[in-house]
Ligand binder design. Structure first.
Ligand code: NAP
Length: 485
């Protein structure tokens, strides 16, 4: 296994523009920290707005030739990227653990998941199809073709540093689009190392460009407002997504928005409690609770609430907290001190309104930014924790007695990303599919993400879908032509 220092030395510390690794023009640099220790891991280039424009220039310059590259060739480059990523899986996993904090085993899981987008869209590239047929009047031929939308700008969050990049880059490249990507300042290293991998497998200069910056707003806005840009895809919080949509409205830009969530996890009285507890552990504590798909509100039928709380408390109390590189660690650090403060404030508010802490309930006293895995029972309606995205290892349980009330409460949020339902009753399961206002649903499972599935939300959780058959259409424009018979 490669050492941490050797790995960090392999990660480019520069911007990648037009096939060159460059310092950028700001004269500043960014320190990247290990959230488990607070120590500086490395220092990288800090892009200026001029660097952002240069990256877009490069994506625009490469656009026509990449669009004209045979889809099979584009697909095979993605396949090669997947193969090389799998060879380097341990390195990418360690890098994510270092900059983001997630336990190594989960980081390995993200390499598999993130890699699947390269494999899936590599296979989809040659299947971009059109349509042909006579019009109903019998007077003309109707021809429908698909073209790449053109240069794209991607803004990604810190919580899944690899998968959020591959989920956008892979379909864009498959469709024939060129890309500028801006990862989060807190976790830029994985994207830099991944873009180096794309360079190694032969993705041509200018097709993928990466800018890292400490001034995301200043650097992004000119790119979004540039009339040469054809598509913005953003994954992050709903407030930032709203702001970017306003900027994108100016140029009537195509957008995909993967925003925040407030997932309900409903346990009915007839649920298989063993399965529900196993799934709850995953749905809540995977990625230290820092996932848009994390179960945020546990709505448990009053008849089984005590048993569910007892079993889940036992499991959570046994979770080991530590640096993600240590054996057996299930809970790493939160991304920063602000995240710890937010989790703690939500717990305090719930307790002040009558919730019981059955385990955890406070920051962990050690270097880094850790919060103890926590279970709250009897959370009262109106508590902040039921309304806001927790983004931390806190499991909040409220009870219900009536199915219609559970549905009403589950839907009582501006978010609509994912829901989880546990029931053995097939008819009730079908009703939940129809009635829960979310883009995705786990019916008796705790994780739904899959490269072959359309990932995305409704309401203020976003616009568009990533992955699945749908994912590539985010990067294609449909053109209809009529010609006489
Ligand atoms: P965030 O603060 O919205 O940041 C996301 C990205 O936007 C980062 O790259 C950030 O860069 C950038 N950014 C922030 N302000 C910006 C601005 N004014 N202009 C341009 N870019 C800007 O979200 P986060 O805290 O990183 O991520 C957590 C959020 O992402 C949660 O709400 C979570 O639910 C959501 N998420 C959603 C999905 C999904 O698929 N639906 C998946 C993962 C995460 P800097 O940080 O460098 O400023």
């Amino acid at each position: 296994m490669i050492s941490e220092a050797e790995l960090l030395a392999k990660v480019p510390a520069k911007l990648y523009i037009g096939g060159e690794w460059v310092d950028g023009t700001s004269g500043r640099s960014i320190e990247v920290h290990d959230p488990a220790t607070g120590e500086v891991l490395t220092t990288i280039a800090d892009a200026s707005p001029a660097d952002g424009t240069a990256a877009l220039d490069a994506a625009v310059a490469a656009s026509a030739s990449w669009a004209a590259t045979p889809s099979r060739v584009r697909g095979e480059l993605l396949r090669k990227a997947w193969e090389l990523l799998m060879e380097r899986a341990d390195e990418f996993a360690l890098l994510m653990t270092l900059e983001m904090g997630k336990p190594l085993a989960e980081a390995r899981g993200e390499v598999t998941y993130g890699g699947e987008f390269l494999r899936w869209f590599g296979e989809e590239a040659p299947r971009i199809a059109g349509r042909y047929g006579p019009n109903p009047e019998g007077t003309g031929r109707m021809i429908v073709t698909q073209r790449p939308v053109g240069p794209c700008f991607f803004i990604t969050p810190w919580n899944f540093p690899l998968a959020m990049a591959t989920r956008k880059i892979a379909p864009a490249l498959a469709a024939g689009c060129t890309v500028v990507i801006k990862p989060a300042e807190l976790t830029p290293l994985t994207t830099l190392y991944f873009v180096k991998l794309l360079e190694e497998v032969g993705v041509p200069a200018g097709v993928v460009n990466v800018i890292t910056t400490s001034t995301s707003g200043e650097v992004s806005e000119p790119i979004i407002r540039d009339p040469r840009l054809r598509k913005l895809s953003f994954t992050g919080s709903t407030p930032v997504g709203r702001r970017l949509l306003e900027q994108a409205a100016q140029g009537v830009l195509r957008t995909s928005m993967e925003l925040g969530g407030n997932a309900p996890f409903i346990v009915f009285e007839d649920a298989d409690l063993d399965a529900a507890v196993d799934a709850a552990m995953l749905a809540k504590f995977r990625n230290i609770g820092e996932a848009c798909t994390a179960a945020n509100r546990f709505l448990v039928h009053a008849d089984v609430a005590e048993e569910f709380t007892r079993r889940i408390t036992e499991r959570v109390a046994a979770m080991r907290v530590g640096r993600g590189t240590e054996d057996g660690v299930a809970i790493g650090p939160l991304i920063d001190g602000k995240a710890v403060g937010k989790a703690d404030a939500l717990v305090s508010d719930a307790v002040a309104r009558g919730a019981r802490v059955t385990t955890g309930g406070a920051p962990v006293e050690r270097a880094g930014t850790f919060y103890a895995p926590t279970v709250l029972a009897d959370v009262a309606a109106g508590s902040d924790i039921l309304r806001e995205e927790i983004f931390g290892p806190v499991l909040a349980i409220a009870t219900f007695t009536d199915e219609a009330d559970a549905v009403r409460r589950a839907n009582d949020t501006e978010y609509g990303l994912v829901s989880y339902v546990f029931t053995r009753d097939l008819a009730r399961g079908q009703r939940m599919i129809d009635q829960l206002e979310t883009g995705m649903m786990g019916l008796n499972v705790g994780v739904v993400s899959n490269a072959a599935a359309p990932f995305g939300g409704v309401k203020q959780s976003g616009l568009g879908r990533e992955g699945g058959l749908e994912g590539i259409h985010e990067y294609l424009d449909t053109k209809y032509t009529l010609t006489p018979l």
